[in-house]
Ligand binder design. Structure first.
Ligand code: HEC
Ligand code: HEC
Ligand code: HEC
Ligand code: HEC
Ligand code: HEC
Ligand code: HEC
Length: 435
């Protein structure tokens, strides 16, 4: 009976492994596809861009140069300039594709693997999804997260080997104690304690995996740059014309979200500034949204229509992030997290951490922007101010006082490196960031 259970447990663990491995590769391809490509592409249907199903085969058969497809996704202009096949593809539509310089070849393959796994709507089951593609898919997985599987593999082996020893001890225990146990739920739990223990272990392992994968979701959001209804140039507004960020993002220092300006804010200036050359067409879009016609001194029709801006920075729903806590209380500049927007020509994006590190005055971090590792890393190094700061002194004095009263030795430990960091105030507690 025990041996049977043992085998069952083994199969269960192996299955769990395989499921986690496949789920997370499919998940990576799927999440990149959905966040970066799905606005223009579908697997089986032409939209703004052509359908992507089996596009790798298509390029290969069409005689594209090797590596040119990766190049295309990273920067189609470069591909079109170097590969005649890519040049033809570029003429497919008058609209152009976004560039994705931050995607790695492995991530691009993960996207195509995901796309090729999507069955034709209506048809039974996309046969072409199987076979060779699955192999490629597992390889990518190993490249990206190989070390996690090695660690888990080791844990797994330890579990399997220790089962033998545990089994013997438990059998001895069983002989003494087993008879005294009465029927009922407690007895059931006691009798099956080895299984319950095992299941508990598996749950913990799954949790650790989930956490590690979460910490290392590198590149899933980095570089994300959606298209926008109006190519709004930050450099001309916040740079050349020196408009303060908070004129438009007016809640960044007051509340959780920074806020995106409404058409009325644009109209404060653009009622007069009608633009010249190719600016005119863009600014007409503002007028359309405001229901404004500039002719004859300007008239409002009353028919308004919101400009729907696509969100660039977006944390998952289970994460809590507050702008005013960072900008106002923490005194962190926008460029620490968003890069230098005064130089951003158009289309804001999630700026990769390597670029953020090059900006003068920024805290140097290593984890990909907007991942959990990134938040945690900064909380581990960023000092919360002490002593009087204009307007905020009271707040920090209060924090230091509270820490001191709470636990003096702990407070001294905190101060050993001469500073109190965000994590020492609780900035690493799961519940601070997760609902
Ligand atoms: C803003 C819209 C847009 C986005 C976003 C976009 N594409 Fe495209 N894509 C296009 C257009 C348009 C074309 C057709 C080429 C052209 O006319 O410039 C294209 C062409 C392609 C092609 C060549 C297709 C063929 O049939 O040869 C591939 C491959 C491709 N895109 C992959 C991607 C991937 C992968 C992503 C996400 C990482 C993506 N695209 C995001 C608009 C987009
Ligand atoms: C400083 C803020 C912060 C703290 C503290 C924090 N997290 Fe997170 N966590 C995040 C962010 C941000 C994400 C989303 C990352 C992403 O989308 O790549 C996340 C994502 C996750 C995910 C999901 C990964 C995924 O694939 O979406 C898990 C699981 C998780 N966190 C668990 C934890 C646990 C457990 C703790 C406590 C030990 C914790 N977090 C503490 C910010 C935090
Ligand atoms: C004249 C108004 C205006 C000013 C000034 C301005 N912005 Fe913006 N900002 C916008 C608009 C409109 C959008 C949405 C359109 C877009 O994403 O291109 C935006 C988008 C953004 C985004 C991306 C939001 C998202 O969806 O994640 C960031 C980050 C940002 N701004 C930061 C800044 C910073 C930092 C400054 C100051 C250096 C600044 N902005 C100044 C109007 C403004
Ligand atoms: C405080 C004044 C002010 C506000 C508010 C303002 N703009 Fe502008 N905008 C300008 C000025 C000045 C220019 C001309 C820049 C130049 O030519 O150097 C301009 C230029 C533009 C252009 C043409 C850029 C180009 O050269 O292609 C667009 C598009 C534009 N604004 C959109 C917006 C939108 C959308 C909003 C609201 C979210 C907005 N502006 C809010 C002052 C403003
Ligand atoms: C500590 C990092 C950090 C700093 C500093 C920061 N932001 Fe953000 N910003 C974020 C994150 C994270 C998001 C995504 C929030 C979400 O999805 O809930 C975001 C989102 C935004 C957005 C999109 C709209 C919104 O509120 O979600 C705008 C606009 C923006 N930030 C502007 C600014 C401006 C302007 C400043 C400076 C005054 C600033 N940010 C400072 C991290 C930061
Ligand atoms: C550049 C550094 C930096 C980054 C990146 C950063 N934070 Fe913070 N965070 C701070 C500082 C500094 C404070 C402390 C502000 C204060 O003094 O209360 C803070 C405080 C917090 C708090 C309140 C903690 C408490 O103890 O009350 C939360 C929640 C939080 N951050 C969430 C996030 C999340 C989620 C992210 C990632 C999306 C993030 N932070 C990224 C610097 C950062």
């Amino acid at each position: 009976m025990f041996n049977m259970g043992n085998k069952g447990l083994f199969t269960f663990l192996v299955t769990l492994f395989m499921l986690t491995a496949f789920a997370s590769n499919a998940q990576e391809g799927e999440s990149i596809f959905n966040s970066k490509c799905a606005t223009c592409h579908a697997p089986h249907k032409d939209m703004t861009g052509p359908k992507l199903f089996e596009v790798r085969q298509k390029w290969e058969e069409g005689g594209a140069m090797e590596g040119s497809l990766y190049q295309w996704v990273k920067n189609w202009q470069v591909a079109a300039a170097t590969d005649p096949y890519a040049k033809e593809v570029a003429d497919w539509a008058p609209s152009a594709m976004t560039t994705f310089a931050d995607l790695s070849n492995e991530q691009i393959d993960a996207i195509f693997n995901y796309v090729d796994e999507q069955p034709l709507p209506g048809a039974g089951g996309g046969e072409s999804a199987a076979g060779g593609e699955m192999v490629a898919s597992t390889n990518t997985q190993e490249n990206d997260l190989g070390w996690i599987w090695y660690i888990l593999g080791a844990v797994f082996l330890v579990v399997i080997f220790s089962v033998g020893g545990v089994k013997r001890q438990l059998q001895e225990l069983d002989e003494d104690a087993g008879k005294e146990i009465k029927v009922g739920s407690k007895a059931w739990m006691f009798k099956n304690r080895k299984y319950i223990g095992m299941v508990g272990l598996v749950v913990v392992m799954a949790g650790v995996t989930w956490l590690l994968v979460g910490l290392n979701q590198v590149g899933v959001v980095t570089g994300y740059q959606p298209s926008q209804p109006i190519a709004f140039p930050h450099d001309k507004h916040a740079g050349i014309n020196g408009i303060d960020c908070k004129y438009c993002h007016n809640s960044a220092n007051k509340s959780k979200s920074a806020g995106i300006p409404t058409t009325n804010v644009c109209m404060n200036c653009h009622k007069q500034i009608q633009g010249e050359g190719d600016q005119v067409e863009k600014i007409k879009k503002i007028y359309k949204s405001a229901g404004f016609s500039p002719e004859g001194g300007g008239k409002y029709s009353g028919e308004t229509e919101n400009i729907v801006w696509n969100k660039v920075h977006q944390l998952p729903d289970h994460v809590y992030f507050n702008h005013s806590q960072h900008v106002e209380v923490g005194g962190i500049d926008c460029k620490q997290c968003h890069g230098d927007m005064t130089k951003q020509k158009e289309l804001p994006r999630v700026v990769p951490v390597e670029e953020l590190n090059k900006i003068e005055g920024n805290i140097q971090l290593t984890k990909a922007t907007l991942t959990m590792g990134w938040c945690i890393e900064c909380h581990g190094v960023k000092e919360v101010s002490s002593g009087p700061i204009e307007g905020k002194g009271g707040y920090y004095d209060e924090i230091h006082k509270r820490l001191l009263e709470n636990d003096e030795t702990l407070y001294e430990e905190y101060l050993e490196d001469g500073k109190v960091t965000v994590d020492e105030l609780g900035g690493w507690e799961c519940a601070k960031c997760h609902y």
